[in-house]
Design a binder for this molecule. Structure first.
Ligand code: FES
Length: 638
């Protein structure tokens, strides 16, 4: 039994099967094999994916200026082997001889069988943008504009107004919004029948006077529990025009999703207030980025929202209470027909909202977006994706299989539950370096140290473990031992009341521990609990896949915290597997990147939906061995 070329296979699994769970193999979705000449590249895609999308998805450039919308007729390919029936558009683009020879428009061929295809050299260069973790995305947004110069009606030509517009768009099969009918007659006559049709997906959402084709924008939102980030994109070029972020206005209702759900359980009126605050946050960011880029919000035609399941439910006014109690049920995995207005946004009134689907109550749309951006489902290398936060989402796998889980890491990394902890804001110690003779601190902003954020906490604990001032069980050593091990640091190892502490930055009078910034024995325990939960999560996934840590080719640290975490120290503490440090990389704000990709490419958007079928969720909370496994992971690596 062999694995197919270019994929890694979990030992003991049949090719193409997901990892066995309780002895049962997962049946993967059916795929078709496509072979592109002269590149000699073979790819496997779900049936129904167009040749154009399959090629662009795998970095094979096919000529196009319309991005696969079926209007430029430049995406000519020759089918050498296999069956690909000609589409009505093919009959207009090719002669009968060419059709018989196998010529087809790649964007019209919906693959249903294995094909071997020849791709002619490029004549024009397709527009592409680099987004995600080094991903090249060929631009094909759902939103498009067409400038039309139409004939005026006459007694000999009595087409209705909307028939006249649709006749100018005869390559598209469109539905028409009622709002368009209300204004189309007035717009046509006022603009001398020179208008721009605004189309999103298969819907004509507006007819605008004159040529407005240069104004085509979208907004990608990373709807985090703590921070919300918005990026304004020019959809015709893929260029980000402005970015803004702010703390969620829901903060007064609690720092994490559980406290926000609890607020709603205790007071039903809190639901409307939380929804309103989510909308206020999104609206304020929208105004900010549109003002920065001098863009009229009415020209924003689509938005994409990547958020965890709770944040998404609340923002759409859906009661999240069932997410907070076992068995943790979502109202839906995906949200098919949502408008930007449903998020309270004052952009184009018919602008659509793409809402990322969730795998489960605790592996939400932000992770779907992150996986899309990292391309885990398209990479033959086995990779481990970890988004560290209060709830830590973990995904292991490669292009053949993916496993996901969620581990309750608690608030240590957010700075909460840590005595001198704070969020990663001005004044937070974000980097701690230690030698036996002393320590160095890096503080966010031009500010005096005011507290310790998650990455500083990890650095400080890793430094103490590395020097031997913390033993593997997580206990601070005695003052006498410290004086021998690290004389320059020993005076910092002291007590506050009965508790052992390590002072990172002295404040106030000499020896005033209470007003200084310190790490307490209890803080170390909090970090141990968090790291044990995460390490238990990825260990269980490795076990499910029948793999060892050394089989992991790359660890992606995602999310705002993961981006600032020192890979070496994450390894030192056992937060990630013990691998060569270069295999552990920061992936940045992958949720926001995934949201951008969904706006720029319909294919990538479909890829996000397909992920729902490709990922198997492993529930940790009902495993009888979870507690024992958790306790095993509490010590730091010796
Ligand atoms: S890509 Fe333009 S017609 Fe196919």
């Amino acid at each position: 039994m062999t694995s197919r070329p270019g994929t890694e296979q979990a030992p003991g699994l049949p090719p193409d099967a997901g990892p066995a769970a309780n002895g049962a193999a997962i049946i993967p979705p059916l795929r078709v094999d496509l072979h592109f000449e002269p590149a000699g590249t073979s790819v496997r895609v779900p049936p129904g994916v167009t040749l154009f999308d399959a090629a662009s998805w795998n970095g094979i450039a096919i000529d196009s200026t319309c991005g696969g919308h079926g209007t430029c007729k430049k995406c000519r390919v020759k089918v050498l082997d296999g069956s690909a029936p000609a589409s009505p558009l093919d009959a207009r683009a090719f002669s009968p001889d060419e059709l018989r020879a196998g010529w087809r428009l790649a964007c019209r061929v919906q693959t249903q069988a294995d094909l071997r295809v020849e791709v002619p050299p490029l004549v024009t260069r397709p527009k592409a943008a680099t987004v995600g973790v080094g991903r090249q995305v060929i631009l094909r947004p759902a939103a498009q504009k067409r400038y039309l110069e139409l004939d005026e009606p006459s007694l000999a030509d009595q087409q209705t107004d909307i028939e006249r517009v649709l006749a100018g768009l005869d390559d598209l099969e469109l539905r028409v919004d009622l709002a368009v009918l209300r204004s189309v007659g007035r717009v046509l006559r006022a603009a001398d029948y020179k208008v721009t049709a605004v189309v999103v997906d298969e819907v004509l959402i507006a007819v605008q006077a004159g040529d407005t084709t240069s104004r085509l924008y979208g907004i990608a939102f990373d709807l985090g529990t703590t921070t919300v980030v918005a990026t304004l994109l020019d959809l015709s070029t893929g260029t980000p025009l402005a970015v803004a972020s702010m703390l969620s206005k829901q903060q007064p209702f609690g720092a994490d999703v559980i406290t926000r759900i609890s607020s709603i359980m205790m007071d039903p009126a809190a639901m409307d207030r939380l929804t309103g605050l989510a909308h206020d946050t999104l609206r304020e960011l929208t105004s900010d980025i549109c003002a920065q880029a001098v863009v009229d919000p009415a020209d924003v035609l689509e938005v994409a929202v990547a958020g965890n399941a709770t944040m998404t439910h609340i923002a759409l006014g859906i009661d999240p209470e069932p997410l907070g109690v076992a068995p943790f049920i979502m109202s839906t995995r995906h949200f098919p027909e949502v408008l930007a207005a449903d998020f309270g946004l004052a952009v184009h009134p018919r602008a659509r909202a793409v809402v990322f689907p969730s795998f489960g109550a605790y592996v939400g749309g932000d992770i779907t977006a992150g996986l899309l951006a990292s391309g885990m489902d398209r990479d033959s290398r086995t990779r481990l994706f970890i988004d560290i936060g209060t709830n830590c989402e973990i995904v292991l796998g490669n292009s053949a299989w993916l496993l996901a889980t969620a581990a309750p890491a608690g608030p240590a990394f957010e700075g909460a539950a840590i005595r001198c902890g704070m969020r990663a804001a001005d004044g937070a110690i974000e980097v701690v370096t230690m030698t036996a003779d002393g320590l160095g601190l890096k503080v966010i902003g031009d500010a005096a140290p005011a507290g310790l954020c998650g990455s500083g906490l990890v650095d400080a604990v890793a430094g103490l473990v590395g020097l031997g001032l913390l033993d593997p069980s997580g206990r601070l050593v005695s003052e006498e031992q410290a004086a021998t091990i690290a004389p320059g640091l020993a005076p910092r190892l002291t007590r506050l009341g009965q508790e052992r502490v390590f002072v990172l930055h002295w404040l106030g009078e000499a020896g005033d521990v209470e007003h200084s910034i310190y790490l307490s024995q209890r803080d170390v325990r909090e970090l141990q609990f968090a790291k044990a939960a995460i390490a238990t999560g990825w260990n269980i996934l490795l076990e499910e896949a029948g793999l060892r840590p050394s089989d992991i080719r790359q660890v992606l640290l995602a999310g705002s915290f993961g981006s600032y975490l020192s890979p070496a120290n994450a390894i030192r503490l056992g937060l990630v597997p013990d691998l060569p440090v270069l295999r552990v990389v920061s992936a940045g704000n992958v949720a926001g990147e995934g949201a951008k990709m969904a706006l720029l490419s319909l294919r990538e958007r479909a890829g996000a939906l397909a992920l729902l079928e490709e990922v198997r969720y492993v529930e940790l909370s009902d495993r009888p061995d979870f507690n024992d496994r958790f306790v095993e992971q509490l010590p730091f690596p010796a």
